[in-house]
Design a protein around this ligand. Structure first.
Ligand code: NMX
Ligand code: MLT
Length: 439
């Protein structure tokens, strides 16, 4: 298999670099940790290693060194499509090289061979109470697949450490192949009471399959959006909650199914992936209140009312970025090229003009610009996917691509179990006293 062979060829060099860093240069200082960082969620502490993606605060995400515009231009596309094949993105994340169209299609073909989901997974979803959140269903379904983990089986059969990455890659391909099927089933079952299993057609690419299994009206348009959405949401370096959860759980040598289920549970939080449903709800509130697109002054006041009621403005701010999120910009460009007159899109565009000013006036948010979530729901809404609480499931399908690529490389390079050190409050206070005392 092409992905296996390419990773295998790169391993001796990567392992030598890792050995040199950990054996010969282990004492070189990379960062210092302040009291503010200890009490503030480890913000900005440079303590995670990944070569899959990097978030530059001033420029945004780079996937294997490529910015989003570069990535969208460089990756191969299916005939007649404007947005690249998701299989090409997965190849890039795993291998670090832009694939040819044939190579991207090889990944797509792997997915086609692995997309069948065992019956008991559908039964499990069907058996849950009707009001179960789709993220709960999604995470449970992933956990249920753990039963088939190659990694777990080989580990218990005594596999050598050097081989860990091979079943990790197998599991990652199986998992990413099955996720669109499970997500589409949850959608059709939960909101349309359909109990039939969706069928993944190996002749079509990942985005087209997803669009067809979702049964939206404009299947071609939605296939393009699905490709864009999954690519943009795939990775955001390793410190965000979902990626970090995957890495942390994986570092205990829990297999990719256990680790990804944990990642999904983190993604389900309102400050992380769930924010995308809150963003669209906020835009719809604006539309309902003003009967359409408001004036700048009306929107300015509405935004202040949100802040004054003690809430955040969803979709704005970011822990790392200090500029408008390029993932937001790419989605805006996609939407403006296809449905510029859509009312919600026009409201979202006005929000982009007004809200950063409001957040600057408030003076709290370090980054008053939009993040990826500010617009993603608007695009789904346009194509008829209007069930807000499903949006985080879509985020999860995309996020699996990046976090599984990281999982494979973490096992390939033998990364250690994560175990940071705690301190107590008196210890912190003591550190403060010692440093404040005049010498
Ligand atoms: N609206 C109102 N206040 C905000 C916002 C916002 N959009 N963003 C940040 N702040 C506040 C934040 O609550 C904090 O207040 P306090 O000191 O009272 O605790 C203060 O500004 C400083 O926060 P930051 O350091 O700028 O942001 P932080 O890194 O803590 O949090 C987010 C990052 C993304 C959680 C935060 O900006 C937020 O809550 N945004 C709205 C929710 C959202 O869009 N989440 C999506 C996350 C996905 N993504 O990042 O891509
Ligand atoms: C993400 O894509 O995970 C979000 O932007 C959150 C983050 O990077 O902190």
């Amino acid at each position: 298999m092409i992905l296996h062979d390419k990773i295998s060829a790169q391993l001796p060099d990567w392992r030598a670099r890792m050995r040199s860093l950990s054996k010969d240069h282990a004492d070189v200082v990379v960062d210092q940790v302040t009291v503010g960082q200890v009490v503030g969620g480890m913000r900005d502490v440079k303590s995670l290693l990944t070569d899959i993606s990097f978030v530059d605060p001033a420029q945004g995400i780079r996937f294997r060194g490529l910015s989003i515009p570069q990535l969208l231009a460089a990756l191969p596309k299916a005939r007649g499509a404007k947005i690249p094949l998701v299989g090409g993105l997965y190849y890039l994340l795993l291998i670090g090289e832009v694939p040819s169209k044939e190579q991207a299609l090889e990944v797509e073909a792997e997915w086609g061979r692995r997309a069948a989901v065992p019956d008991y997974v559908f039964k499990l979803i069907r058996s849950m109470p009707k009001d179960t959140h789709p993220m709960t269903l999604f995470s449970q379904a992933v956990l249920a697949l753990q039963n088939g983990s190659s990694f777990a089986k080989r580990y218990h059969a005594g596999m050598k450490k050097d081989e860990y990455w091979e079943p990790a890659l197998e599991d990652s391909l199986d998992l990413t192949a099955k996720l669109p099927v499970i997500a589409a089933f949850i959608y059709r079952f939960k909101y349309f009471a359909e109990t039939k299993k969706p069928r993944y057609n190996p002749k079509w690419d990942y985005g087209t399959n997803f669009s067809r299994m979702m049964k939206v009206e404009d299947k071609k348009g939605y296939a393009e959006l699905a490709r864009l959405y999954f690519i943009l949401h795939s990775d955001h370096e390793s410190g965000n909650v979902s990626a970090h959860a995957m890495h942390l759980v994986g570092s205990a040598l829990s297999d990719p199914f256990y680790a990804f289920s944990a990642a999904l549970n983190g993604l389900a939080g309102p400050l992380h992936g769930l924010a995308n449903q809150e963003c669209l709800a906020w835009l719809i509130d604006v539309r309902a209140k003003f009967g359409g697109v408001p004036t700048r002054d009306e929107l300015h006041k509405f935004a202040w009312d949100t802040l004054d009621s003690g809430k955040v403005i969803p979709g704005y701010g970011h822990a790392v970025l200090r500029v408008p999120d390029p993932r937001y910009m790419a989605q805006m460009e996609f939407a403006k090229a296809r449905f510029p007159q859509d009312e919600l899109l026009r409201i979202a565009d006005l929000v982009f003009d007004v809200v950063p000013q409001v957040l600057r006036e408030q003076g709290k948010a370090k980054n008053p610009a939009p993040n990826v979530d500010a617009i993603s729901g608007t695009l789904q809404h346009y194509y008829g996917v209007r069930e807000f609480d499903f949006y985080t499931v879509l985020f999860g399908v995309g996020r699996a691509l990046g976090v599984t690529a990281n999982y494979v490389w973490a096992r390939a390079l033998g990364w250690a179990i994560e175990r940071p050190k705690s301190v107590t409050t008196p210890m912190l206070e003591q550190a403060v006293r010692e440093q404040l005392q005049p010498a």
